[in-house]
Structures are given as structure tokens and as C-alpha cells.
Design a binder for this molecule. Structure first.
Ligand SMILES: [Zn+2]
Ligand SMILES: [Zn+2]
Ligand SMILES: [Zn+2]
Ligand SMILES: [Zn+2]
Length: 480
């Protein structure tokens, strides 16, 4: 792996992009040319003029909001930033429990001895949690007057009630019953909803119908337009943060020592934090404190006006798989520098070995095209896109079968995974291919369970862990 993370970017400029392209590929190439340099650093006054600088509350933080038609609103650095610098701290504008057993509908923590709320009958820790306004003013009042008690009845019983409560809470807030609700709703509507893209997706349409029937029918909240419910579904789906508090955070360590549960099982929306754009190489890491407050830090020295990004999906997946996930779950085709680069910033995280000459690396001709052919860098043999998909799926299926079939026998799992690596690593896939690295990750976990490991085994584990971290740090700078 090259040490320069941006080696791949230079390689990309050598691509012959004027070769015979089908019309679909041509169109995508043009689009990519237009925006590929945009998300990294703003260079034109046009983008800056659309920055939102009116908010005094945020003037102490070194971030500002810019927007363009591709990304919508997004965060950029207001000035040069130093690695590790805190760039944003803000409270959520919206909180709601996630699905999960025993989650309190008030505080969103796992309730040790949940009991029914004395008004609505849904689970809470105790009296104090019953009175948390997000609960008492919203679903508690509606459920008690509509007589909705747990468990949910058909046709709503196959879905966790938390999924419907999220939308109901936001719908009630959107009615602007108080000045605070009106302000919250105003901030929520500044977040992207991808309404147009979502319309066409069957599972989105299904959830939309189910939620509308629940809210307008079962809950008797009929005075909110259907489009507003769709807008809310989109806003939550696209922008919600789920709680995470770094294990080393002193607040968490203190609370855990005091035997308190601090890991909220909640969905949060933040007025500015939710606007941070996705990047397949993060420049920002974040965590939420027990209170729900979001903190964002830059992971490396960052020049003024750079785009600040954090990942919406697991970055330890290769480009074709990651881009499909982003398209299916977040409704956009990522064209960030990593996605645009055939070698994924020099890591070769999706590179296969050529099945014709067995020597060269097989790379996508057009990494931003889902159906791009793959060509060998040595002998120039070409394979269609489904070749790559079949190889990756085949390897993932083989790993799954080793883990399932030998689940009770750790030695057999270690032997099975080692055999799988012997077949694929450096032969069918590049040694750094993400599916290979995934097998190695599982292998290390299994090796760690072995009793009395030999020095050789420990050295092998060390080698694999270092390899994993060397790749991970390219996508997640700031981890070491
Ligand atoms: Zn509680
Ligand atoms: Zn209640
Ligand atoms: Zn990307
Ligand atoms: Zn070849």
C-alpha cells in the first residue's frame, strides 16, 4: 500500500476517459467531471456566498454551512483546523427511542426494571421518565386518548413501536403547538429529506402507507398533511444519528464505574451536525455524550474551507459494495475522491487479481459506474462487472459457511478461515481486498480465543492487526 493516501488521485488523472463509452457511462463521466473537485475544498465565491453565517450561537465554532445542488447544505471549515480540534458541540433538537428490548420511552436508556407509564402504559424507568416532555407531550398524550396500549395490534405488530413513535413525535412537533415546537420544526425542515429519490422505493412506500395509517387512523392525528409525514420519514431516515459514546470518554468511564447505563438507545437530530456530508474517507469523528449532546472533532489538520465529512456507512467495505449501500440507504451516488479512484486511495481495497495472466491487478475502468468493466493493468484482459460481484459474493458466502459450520469448534474455524485465505489472498483477490481483510479480521478474533497461543501465532496476529490498522487509518484518519 502506498504511504501517500492520494497516490490514487494522480493515477486517476491518467485514465483514458475518452475511450468508447456507452451513453450512460458518458453521462456519468460528465457529471463526475463537474463535481469531483467540488466537495473537497470550496474555491469559488458562489458557494461561499450561500454560507449561513447568521447564527450567532455557532460563531464560536470553526465551522460554517455552505450549500450546492449536489450536496445540499454541508459543513466546511471556517479556518485552518488542527487535528483533534473540537469543531462543534450542540444539543439535539429531536430525540426518540430506537427499537430494542426494555428501552425507556422517556430517557431512552435501557430500563433495568421497566414499568408501565401511569398515563399511557408504555415502558419507562419510573415517574421522572414519564414526565420527560418528549414523551409526555407527544405519544403519551396521543396513545392514552386513543387507547393504544402495548403490544401494538395488527397490522402494526410486526414493527417495533419505536419506529412509529419517532415519526409520531416529529408529526406532533411539526404542528407548532408551542414556540419551541415551531423552532424545532423550522430547524428540522432545513435538513435534507431526499423526498424525490425515496418516492420510487417500494419499501419506503410501504413504510409510508403503514405510518400514515397508524398516525392518521389509529392515533387519530388527522390534521397533518400526508406529504408532511413523508417529509418527516425522509428527514429522520437521512439525518438521524444513533447514540455512540467513545469507550475511553471519561464521562462514560465514570458513569460505568458508578454502575449507570449511559448508552442511550436513541435517534437524534442535530441542527448543524446532521448537515455534515458523507465522505468515504472521514475528516470528522463524532460522539454523543450521555445527555445526547453531539461533539465533533477534526481527525487531521484541515485547511480553511475544506469539506467536513463523516461516514454514513462502514468504510471497511470496498467501493462497489459501499456505493451500493449509499445508494440504497441514503439515495445518492457517492463520487468522493476515494470512490473516484480505481485503487481506493492506493489501498487496493477492491482490487482483484487477473484471472488471465495471474500477475496483474484487475481494476474497474470507471469506478463511478456500477456496471464498469474491469481491466488487468498488466495484460489488459477485461472482465464484466458481474465477475467482480461473483468473486466477492463467493468469498463472503464461503466465510459465512466456515463460521456457521464450525461455530462450536474454534480450531476448525481458524483452520477453515486460514484455508480460505490460502485460496483467495493474492491469488483471486489483491492481498488488501476488503473481503480478504474481513476474513483476516475474523481470523484474529478466533486466534485470540485459543488457549496458550504460541509465539508464532502471536506474531501472526500482530502482523494481521497492523495490516488492518494500516488500511483503516487511510479511511479513518485519527485512529492512531
Ligand atoms: Zn427512563
Ligand atoms: Zn406515558
Ligand atoms: Zn465515496
Ligand atoms: Zn492480466
Amino acid at each position: 500500500m502506498e504511504t501517500n493516501n492520494y497516490q490514487g488521485l494522480r493515477e486517476r488523472s491518467d485514465l483514458n476517459l475518452t475511450a468508447d463509452l456507452d451513453p450512460e457511462i458518458k453521462m456519468e463521466k460528465k457529471r463526475v467531471d463537474l463535481i469531483s473537485n467540488c466537495p473537497i475544498k470550496l474555491t469559488t465565491g458562489d458557494n461561499l456566498s450561500s454560507c449561513d453565517d447568521e447564527d450567532d450561537e455557532y460563531s464560536s465554532f470553526p465551522v460554517k454551512i455552505a450549500n450546492n445542488p449536489t450536496l445540499g447544505r454541508y459543513l466546511v471549515a471556517r479556518r485552518d483546523l488542527k487535528a483533534g480540534e473540537l469543531i462543534l458541540r450542540e444539543d439535539p433538537i429531536f430525540v426518540s427511542p430506537n427499537s430494542g428490548d426494555n428501552t425507556c420511552f422517556g430517557c431512552c436508556l435501557k430500563a433495568k426494571n421497566p414499568r408501565p407509564c401511569s398515563t399511557c402504559g408504555w415502558p419507562v424507568c419510573g415517574k421522572e421518565c414519564e414526565q420527560i416532555p418528549f414523551h409526555s407531550r407527544n405519544e403519551c398524550a396521543v396513545f392514552s386518548s386513543a387507547g393504544i396500549t402495548p403490544p401494538l395490534q395488527p397490522p402494526y405488530d410486526f414493527i417495533h413501536p419505536a419506529e412509529l413513535i419517532k415519526v409520531l413525535r416529529a408529526v406532533l412537533i411539526s404542528k407548532g403547538r408551542t414556540a419551541e415546537d415551531a423552532a424545532t420544526w423550522g430547524a428540522m425542515t432545513k435538513l435534507e429529506s431526499h423526498m424525490k429519490q425515496r418516492e420510487a422505493i417500494p419499501k419506503v412506500r410501504f413504510m409510508s402507507t403503514l405510518t400514515k395509517n397508524f398516525i392518521r387512523g389509529a392515533c387519530h392525528v388527522g390534521d397533518v398533511p400526508e406529504e408532511q409525514i413523508d417529509l418527516i420519514l425522509g428527514i429522520i431516515d437521512v439525518n438521524a444519528f444513533r447514540h455512540t459514546l467513545h469507550p475511553n470518554n471519561p464521562l462514560r468511564m465514570e458513569a460505568v464505574k458508578a454502575n449507570k447505563d449511559v448508552d442511550k438507545n436513541a435517534t437524534f437530530l442535530y441542527p448543524k451536525g446532521s448537515m455534515a456530508a458523507h465522505g468515504c474517507r472521514r475528516t470528522v469523528r463524532w460522539e454523543t455524550l450521555p445527555s445526547g449532546t453531539l461533539e465533533m472533532y477534526v481527525t487531521e489538520d484541515t485547511p480553511a474551507l475544506s469539506l467536513l465529512t463523516h461516514p454514513y456507512v462502514d468504510l471497511m467495505k470496498g467501493t462497489p459494495e459501499r456505493r451500493r449501500l449509499l445508494r440504497d440507504q441514503f439515495y445518492f451516488d457517492c463520487s468522493c475522491p476515494r470512490c473516484s479512484d480505481r485503487t481506493e486511495l492506493g489501498t487496493h481495497f477492491s482490487t482483484l487479481k487477473c484471472p488471465t495472466c495471474f500477475e496483474g491487478n484487475l481494476l474497474p475502468d470507471y469506478p463511478l459506474h456500477y456496471k464498469s468493466p474491469w481491466t488487468c493493468a498488466s495484460c489488459h484482459a477485461t472482465k464484466p462487472s458481474h465477475f467482480e460481484r461473483n468473486v466477492v459474493r463467493g468469498m463472503q458466502a464461503e466465510m459465512k459457511s466456515v463460521l456457521e459450520q464450525c461455530s462450536g469448534n474454534n480450531l476448525a474455524v481458524v483452520a477453515g478461515l486460514a484455508k480460505l485465505l490460502g485460496k483467495y489472498r493474492g491469488k483471486i483477490c489483491h492481498p488488501n481486498h476488503f473481503a480478504v481483510v474481513d476474513v483476516e479480521y475474523h481470523l484474529v478474533r478466533r486466534m485470540a480465543l485459543m488457549r496458550k497461543p504460541t509465539v508464532d501465532l502471536l506474531l501472526e496476529m500482530k502482523k494481521l492487526i497492523h495490516k488492518y490498522l494500516d488500511i483503516a487509518v487511510v479511511f479513518y484518519p485519527g485512529i492512531k
